[in-house]
Design a protein. Structure first.
Lengths: 240, 119
């Protein structure tokens, strides 16, 4: 189209609430459909910028090839006990993915992400209401001095006081470790020694107490209550 | 101007408000240009910074992140950000990312300036 900005095709269209397509039967499908996306502005906790970089030294792979692989096999690079159910159309602008995340104590959290932006050398996921974090995370690759460097960069706040408490007692470190492991797995896939540089910066130390009400949509609590109610659902199942 | 760069210009609107004119690409690599412009725009009594996006040619998700860090800086300095000059495409991005809930968006320069100069 004439006069469209160069980035027009890379952004998701504006949506009010998320809509999830088909998901596998074994996935827990909660806390996605009908939720709004939330950025760092809408979150509760301190704001963090996390950057994990790994140089793919010795790998004969371009940035675009890294991103193509990353989009196509995103789940593959995640630590165990965490599931990313990719949309049928893949990681493309506007698509919505379901996540089932493993929490400490063998708890699970069902939530999702919106593909906010995707081009040949990067893609960005944005979180919905109820997710542990309010913000976005960008996966990118670029050539630096002849070496392809893969990067994960998140700009986030925890979504509510309960998640913020979790962050204070180790969750922040666990979350950073998750992405370090992801970058390491990506590097190993390309046959490279996984030396990940990690930088975690508190961009804003203030908590946004006016967002404490986000707790009402806490996906971990809702998933837990849904799990507890499993016997009731079993008793109420349709009988022949 | 080469593709991929950001040119900024700072104008003082009043003792309480300044304008940052943005021309080019807002991406993560524009961090220094934006930060320097913000420093120049922030006088002792500056309460409002107006971002003029009418020269915006390209913005990716890294650029949106830059705007969030500008917001953090504004809040820390007890200043507010307002914007004008967004075409329909970029206005929708501001709505999608919900940045419009923190950065006031105005249709025209006059409206943005009137808001910026209000006591």
């Amino acid at each position: 189209m004439a006069n469209q900005p160069r980035d027009a095709a890379y952004w998701a269209r504006n949506v009010t609430t998320l809509k999830l397509g088909e998901v596998p039967a074994e996935a827990v499908n909660l806390n996605v459909t009908g939720r709004r996306v939330v950025g760092p502005v809408q979150g509760f906790g301190k704001m963090w910028q996390k950057t994990m970089r790994v140089e793919l030294t010795g790998a004969d792979v371009t940035p675009a090839e890294v991103i193509t692989t990353w989009k196509n096999e995103f789940q593959r690079f995640w630590p165990e006990r965490n599931w990313f159910y990719a949309p049928l159309a893949g990681i493309a602008p506007g698509e919505v993915a379901l996540l089932n995340l493993g929490l400490p104590g063998r708890m699970r959290l069902s939530t999702g992400v919106l593909v906010l932006y995707a081009d040949d050398e990067s893609f960005t996921l944005m979180t919905p209401e109820g997710h542990m974090l309010a913000g976005w995370i960008t996966f990118s690759a670029a050539a630096e001095d002849g070496v392809t460097v893969a990067q994960i960069q998140a700009l986030e706040r925890t979504n509510d006081p309960l998640y913020e408490l979790g962050y204070l007692v180790g969750g922040n470190r666990l979350n950073s470790r998750f992405w370090v492991q992801t970058a390491e797995n990506l590097a190993r896939h390309f046959g490279v020694d996984p030396t990940v540089e990690s930088q975690v910066v508190c961009v804003d130390r203030h908590r946004q107490w006016r967002r404490a009400g986000n707790l009402a949509k806490n996906a971990a609590v809702r998933t837990f209550l849904w799990t507890l109610a499993a016997p009731v659902r079993w008793l109420r199942r349709p009988r022949r | 101007m080469t593709e991929g760069s950001l040119i900024t210009d700072v104008r003082e609107l009043s003792s309480r408000a300044s304008v940052i004119d943005l021309k080019g690409d807002v991406t993560a690599s524009a961090e220094k240009a934006l930060a320097d412009a913000y420093t120049r725009a922030s006088g002792k009594f500056t309460r409002t910074i107006v971002l003029n996006f009418s020269g915006l040619e390209y913005m990716n998700s890294g650029g949106i992140g830059m705007l969030v860090t500008l917001l953090v800086r504004a809040n820390r300095q007890r200043q507010r950000l307002v914007a004008f000059g967004l075409n329909e495409h970029y206005r929708q991005i501001f709505e999608l990312t919900r940045l419009d809930e923190a950065i006031g968006i105005f249709d025209t320069e006059a409206e943005a300036f009137a808001e910026a100069d209000a006591p």
